[in-house]
Ligand binder design. Structure first.
Ligand code: FDP
Length: 376
């Protein structure tokens, strides 16, 4: 955490670390945020357990349903969504929540047995989440994750509608993701830097998960030689992205005068986690495949929470022209172009967007096999 003493990695749990980190917040807000984050982490430990069981938990394969975007849902998408929604419905601090898997928000008003001043609308917080990011990886047993964000309830005392969620990313009180990989890792920011916690499976019955702080003050190196993009979409990209990737691919014989490496896991959580651990830049840019959709990723469920984490770790995020944290959503499921990671690379790509008429040196595409055109 910038400006504060590092926490003692490996010795303290999530709950203990949050108590220290949130000590300067008004006490009631700190308690609400802490208990909500512990609730979310608990739900993610349950999701980790189900994901690890795979077919044994009947968690693999497609469900007989599709989400509001028309995408076929996987069984694990639904199981993860159920776990998170059930946990949030029991959390007295959450007034409403929105899931990438549902067209509409859920409100906590139906905790109707409680006194008026404890009903859902009096809760302080809103939660947004993507229960299972990287769904195409489930069947192949490759890393997947959950992404979440906690916002203040702006009209406390009234039932939140969609309008309550239309807040720019810089209003987030906390954001994080859980990576279900060989280890299950929670990466969290409460706007005081970024911390990583590992699920301790030696003690973890999932009903009482123990998240142990394993890295404090996570920082993203400002420079990198690694980029992540789905290059099968190359023909649909706009010029600034064409130029950036062409220059990386040209390597030490191109204008960057150094070789780059490329990765694509097809799970944003895994990509961002790699960037958190060794730097890099992740792009899911605007493309011309479906002109009505300005990008693939969702602003509220994916881009904004990841942007807060990346910026808290010293990196930068943008849609090419505007910092992602400054975008105010128009709708719950709005999509955006996403560019995030090592600060100097994002600065460069934003610079290219500011100069969209500059010609791409198409010659560069012939210098590396990724873009080689068949010779006549
Ligand atoms: P998914 O839809 O499989 O959940 O929308 C999110 C996302 O995965 C990202 O996690 C990932 O980076 C991207 O989509 C994968 O897109 P491609 O299919 O183009 O690889």
């Amino acid at each position: 955490m910038p400006g504060t003493a590092p926490l003692m990695s490996g010795q303290i749990t999530l709950d203990e670390a949050l108590a220290l980190q949130l000590a300067d917040m008004p006490a009631e807000l700190a308690q609400s945020l802490r208990e909500t984050l512990v609730t979310i982490a608990q739900a993610c430990a349950e999701i980790a357990e189900i994901a690890a069981m795979g077919s044994l938990a009947d968690a693999h394969g497609a469900a007989d349903s599709s989400n509001s975007h028309g995408e076929v849902q996987q069984k694990l998408d639904l199981l993860a969504d159920d776990r998170m929604s059930a946990a949030l419905s029991q959390c007295p601090h959450v007034a409403a929540w929105a899931s990438e898997e549902h067209e509409h928000i859920h409100t906590a008003e139906d905790r109707g047995t409680q006194p008026e001043n404890q009903r859902g609308s009096h809760a302080r917080l809103l939660v947004v989440y993507d229960p299972l990011d990287g769904s195409s990886n489930i069947e192949s047993n490759i890393s997947i994750g959950t992404i979440f964000s906690v916002l203040p309830h702006p009209y406390r005392g009234t039932t939140p509608g969609d309008a309550g969620f239309m807040q720019p990313g810089h209003q987030q009180l906390a954001a994080g993701y859980v990576l279900y990989g060989p280890a299950t890792i929670l990466v969290l920011t409460c706007r005081q830097g970024v911390q990583m916690y590992t699920l301790d499976r030696r003690t973890a019955a999932w009903k009482t998960p123990r998240w142990v702080l394993t890295r404090d003050q996570v920082t993203i190196a400002p420079q990198t030689r690694e980029f992540a993009i789905n290059s099968s979409n190359q023909r649909f990209w706009e010029k600034p992205v064409q130029r950036y990737v062409a220059e990386c691919v040209a390597g030490d014989s191109g204008p960057r005068m150094k070789d780059f490496n490329m990765r694509w896991v097809a799970s944003m959580v895994a990509e961002v986690h790699r960037i958190m651990t060794r730097g890099g830049v992740f792009l899911y840019p605007r493309d011309t495949r479906e002109p009505r959709k300005p990008g693939r990723l969702r602003l509220m469920y994916e881009a904004a929470p990841m942007a807060l984490l990346v910026e808290q770790a010293g990196g930068r995020s943008s849609n090419g022209t505007t910092d992602l944290l400054n975008l105010v959503p128009d709708t719950l499921h709005q999509r955006v172009p996403v560019i995030m990671g090592s600060r100097e690379e994002v600065d460069r790509i934003v610079g290219y967007h500011a100069d969209p008429h500059e010609n791409v040196s198409w010659q560069l595409f012939k210098t590396r096999s990724l873009f080689v055109q068949p010779q006549a």
